[in-house]
Design a protein around this ligand. Structure first.
Ligand code: COA
Length: 535
């Protein structure tokens, strides 16, 4: 493959200014991340530790193989919601390696609101299970939760994708032959009792873990029976009398060791084979991405400048370089894995959509994972383009993205606006993972465009009544819409609601892709199969 050559002068004022602005954005993100991932208040953490318990992230750290990375998902879930009172949505999820098995780990954080579930907690738990299903990954549930956050029951209990879906998923995972292990490290109440009860094996910690469908206060209210938590559903009860749990552990560390022992005996799966090469570092320093990542979205960034700071040896075999130039497509290696990259370089025209469709077909046939690098304002609009059939060409790209049989990984490095989001494997197109850079923005269109559309609609209504829309009203509507889009379009707003799997530092993109591909190999890629492409 040929090596890409940069056209960027890293000593230029433009580069330095961009870097300075970007680092402000990145440092703000890092500061927020640091605070959020502390978990509950100092008092709550102290109380938790006094009980001899490790924190959720400490538990995970002890569970995974030493010196292996843990890819945490959606660490800023619920950020900015309920006054930031539910950091990380009170649950830690991610992909870690246990005795060589890429595994989904779901750990409640009992230092906040007893580890109870609000809407975002549910979404995060379900998303982690979805990653397990899609990639055939075993699951470990580190349970320490009072179940539903009761004031929010209407948002967490009754609907399809609410609390009950956890157990539906557990049954599906089990039927698919995917191992699931629970460690009951604290409370496991009401519906939550089904987490260990529906796992392959459950470990419970002495004088710490409890499992019951109804806790002591509920039992007293319902039947008048007075019973202690330990008598009702403690570790000894469940390992010696009820059989709801299988292994008795002395403490957190012991329970984690038992869980690791279980993994030691799991069979190794037959993996998808890829043509893997020795790893090469990019020729250009990935930290230079800070000077390139779009801060001012009005300036176009040549995505090759991003690609060369991400791929092995900065080598890229570009496909149709001179055709449909607003979508850059090509083959590369990332940490040795073969990838097909699609990256935006402007508005999508018919030619770019056709080129992307062709490229996705090639990757599907050759079984090469797809990487989408999004910085997209949408598909081209206007009379000539509609007449030329931009809708059917865009549809071909959307169709190819939806039906591609190979794993897709999406990174939003700039804007993600309009139907371009669909053609570039947005959340609705089930990429195996989707991450945002902290500068990224996502909305149906830019705030200024949305304001113009709504002002035009209002002006037409006024005109129909023979009147003119007052300037004051135009200005007020413009401000209202632009402020709203600015707020709702930010990476923080997106990640809080789990429209993505998290925000990452651009230099980590390469590692995240490698980890994503490694996990995806646990499920063999299907045969390529597309439906009708409208011609
Ligand atoms: N819904 C909402 N808030 C809850 C809650 C629930 N189910 N369970 C606990 N909380 C809150 C408490 O009000 C408290 O809030 P605060 O920090 O604002 O004061 C916080 O979580 C910690 O609770 P606390 O009881 O002080 O902590 P603990 O560690 O000693 O006990 C539990 C934690 C979960 C074991 C205990 O609170 C409990 O049994 N809760 C009820 C569980 C239940 O019956 N759930 C059924 C839901 S399906």
């Amino acid at each position: 493959m040929f090596t890409l050559e940069t056209k960027i002068n890293t000593n230029s004022d433009e580069f330095k200014k961009n870097k300075e602005e970007f680092l402000k954005i990145l440092n703000k993100y890092k500061e927020i991340h640091k605070n959020v991932t502390k978990g509950g208040s100092e008092k709550a953490i102290a109380k938790h530790k006094e009980r001899g318990k490790l924190l959720a992230r400490e538990r995970i750290d002890k569970l995974v193989d030493p010196n292996t990375p843990f890819l945490e998902l959606s660490s800023l879930a619920a950020y900015g919601i309920f006054d930031n009172g539910h950091p990380s949505a009170v649950i830690v999820t991610g992909i870690g390696v246990i005795h060589g098995h890429e595994t989904i780990i779901i750990a409640n954080d009992a230092t906040v609101k007893g580890g109870t579930y609000i809407k975002e907690t549910i979404k995060k738990h379900l998303r982690a299970q979805e990653v397990a299903i899609e990639n055939n990954l075993p699951c470990v549930y580190m349970v320490d939760s009072g179940g539903v956050f009761l004031p929010e029951q209407a948002n967490v209990f009754p609907d399809r994708d609410h609390f009950g879906r956890f157990f539906y998923n557990q049954a599906q995972l089990s039927a698919a032959g995917i191992p699931q292990i629970s460690i009951v490290m604290g409370s496991c109440t009401a519906g939550g009792a089904y987490v260990p009860a529906m796992s392959d094996e459950a470990i419970i910690i002495k004088k710490q873990g409890t499992i019951f469908l109804g806790g002591p206060p509920l039992v007293k209210a319902a039947t008048g029976e007075v019973v202690t938590p330990e008598e009702l559903g403690g570790a000894e009860v469940h390992t010696a009398i009820s059989g709801v749990a299988d292994h008795l552990a002395d403490n957190d560390i012991h329970s984690i060791q038992i869980c690791r022992n279980i993994f030691q005996n799991l069979e190794k799966k037959e993996k998808q084979i890829l043509n893997i090469s020795p790893i090469e570092e990019p020729l250009y320093d990935p930290e230079e991405l800070y000077g390139i990542a779009p801060v001012d979205f009005r300036k176009m960034v040549d995505p090759r400048e991003i690609i060369m700071r991400m791929v092995d040896g900065s080598k890229f075999h570009e496909f149709k370089e001179d055709y449909g130039k607003t979508l850059v497509c090509g083959f590369a290696k990332i940490m040795g894995y073969p990838v097909g990259i699609l990256a935006n370089n402007g508005v999508l025209f018919s030619e770019s959509a056709l080129k992307g469709t062709h490229f996705i077909e090639l990757c599907s046939i050759r079984k090469i994972p797809l990487i989408f690098l999004q910085n997209i304002t949408g598909f081209i609009i206007g009379k000539d383009f509609e007449r030329k059939g931009i809708a059917k060409d865009g549809a071909k790209l959307v169709h190819a993205v939806a039906n591609a049989n190979v794993p897709k990984f999406t990174f939003i490095f700039g804007g993600s606006f309009g139907a371009g989001n669909y053609g570039m494997a947005g959340r609705a197109y089930s990429p195996r993972l989707l991450f945002m850079w902290p500068n990224a923005k996502i909305s149906v269109m830019g705030g200024a465009q949305a304001a113009n559309v709504l002002i035009t609609v209002k002006q037409d209504q006024y005109k129909a009544k023979g009147k003119e829309m007052p300037q004051k009203e135009i200005d007020a509507l413009r401000k209202e819409i632009m402020d709203k889009y600015d707020f709702e379009g930010s990476a923080y707003y997106s990640t809080a609601r789990l429209w993505d799997d998290g925000i990452i530092d651009p230099v980590d993109t390469r590692k995240v892709i490698a980890m994503g591909i490694a996990m995806s190999l646990n499920k063999k890629f299907g045969e390529h199969k597309f439906g009708a492409f409208r011609m």
